[in-house]
Design a protein around this ligand. Structure first.
Ligand SMILES: NC(=O)c1ccc[n+]([C@@H]2O[C@H](COP(=O)([O-])OP(=O)(O)OC[C@H]3O[C@@H](n4cnc5c(N)ncnc54)[C@H](O)[C@@H]3O)[C@@H](O)[C@H]2O)c1
Length: 339
């Protein structure tokens, strides 16, 4: 019997691959096209919820298979928003990458950095097709790990952005992100003292918070704006969410599943905490349908469009596929003999 060697890739290894936004967007777009064509297998995330420190804690299992790309595997990912109190990341976990011909695990890698790449890529892919082509102002609320990734991807995919407005409840997070962004962004970067000064009138509104505050008010989300939220619809007031002319998700079954399981969810102080405040708006399209040209993105300068990507395992496996092949070709990572 042949031995089976599995490649181990740490977060440092994956960061060291220097995958560019262009590389990641391109492979995630392939996943989106497969989603629209139906050449994939994926299931709404199942999970466990060790709620000791926070009712919103989760660990999700996310298996995925992309037929044309030839990629399959499983992400086992935790989200514990209070981890920062212990100097630990919110999102952590493992990505297993399997061989589609034999089923053998080829690699086990850190999934936290990969998740940042894929989530920012999905938001940027949606933004490029749904934001106004003349979009100049980007509001980013939540300047943690995902916010940092989103800023890079959104400004790359929407090169017309001239002004970035940053908002976080932690001043140090805003200041750190401004310092980092100033190294590569040539326009203006404004730190905002409140939500209104960040969001009001912005062309593109990206929210990367922990979803514990309904930040976006309808009067600040002006005609022509595009919003993308990665905390479900939790960053929107019901009125702001439901005034969108087009409501877009990544996967209908995923969105419906999260809507259903969160209907009776409560915050620690007993307040209702549904994934979509006021219920889920009627879905216009998936991002994949827009990428594939089956549905149009923006039709007019005045439409308000909101995209809520819940997070698709097929996008994770596409980025893991990219990382695995880049690591093998550059000799990065360590192997261990599984059997
Ligand atoms: N949809 C997806 O595919 C997907 C993927 C990954 C992560 N997520 C979610 O994205 C969120 C952010 O993840 P992260 O890894 O960046 O976490 P993080 O803890 O690194 O960052 C969150 C940031 O939001 C800030 N914040 C919290 N509440 C705020 C508020 N009311 N106003 C302004 N800022 C606020 C925090 O101070 C922090 O800087 C989490 O909710 C996570 O579950 C979604």
């Amino acid at each position: 019997m042949k031995s089976i060697d599995v490649l181990l890739l740490s977060r440092k290894d994956i960061v060291g691959l220097m995958l560019t936004p262009g590389d990641v967007v391109s492979v995630v777009e392939e996943a989106m096209l497969e989603h629209a064509a139906g050449t994939y297998e994926m299931h709404p995330k199942i999970g466990v919820h060790p709620t000791g420190t926070d009712p919103a804690n989760f660990i999700h299992a996310m298996p995925a298979y992309l037929h044309k790309l030839g990629a399959c595997g499983l992400k086992w990912v935790a989200g514990f928003a209070r981890n920062h109190q212990q100097g630990l990341p919110n999102v952590t976990g493992l990505q297993v990458y399997n061989d589609t011909a034999t089923g053998i695990p080829l690699a086990i890698m850190d999934c936290s950095y990969l998740t940042g790449l894929r989530t920012a890529a999905v938001s940027a892919i949606a933004a490029r097709r749904c934001a106004r082509t003349s979009a100049e102002t980007l509001a980013l609320v939540g300047c943690g790990f995902e916010g940092t990734m989103h800023l890079r991807f959104l400004t790359t995919e929407i090169p017309t952005i001239r002004e970035i407005r940053l908002r976080d409840v932690r001043d140090e997070a805003m200041a750190t992100l401004r310092e980092q962004a100033a190294a590569w962004f040539k326009g203006e970067i404004v730190l905002c003292a409140d939500n209104q000064s960040c969001i009001d009138g912005a062309d593109v509104i990206s929210t990367c918070t922990n979803g514990d505050e309904q930040i976006i008010r309808p009067e600040w989300f002006k005609p022509g704006a595009f919003g993308v939220g990665i905390e479900g619809g939790c960053a929107y007031t019901p009125e702001a969410l439901h005034q969108a002319n087009k409501f877009v998700v990544d996967d209908v079954a995923l969105a419906e599943y999260f809507e259903r399981i969160s209907r009776d969810r409560k915050t620690e102080d007993g307040q209702p905490d549904p994934e979509f405040p006021g219920g889920m708006p009627s879905i216009y399209a998936t991002i994949g349908e827009i990428v594939a040209g089956k549905k149009r993105g923006r039709d007019s300068e005045s439409e308000r469009i909101i995209a809520i990507p819940i997070g698709m395992a097929i996008c994770d496996i596409a980025v893991a596929h990219l990382a695995y092949h880049a690591a093998v070709s550059r000799g990065i990572g360590q192997s261990f003999q599984l059997a």
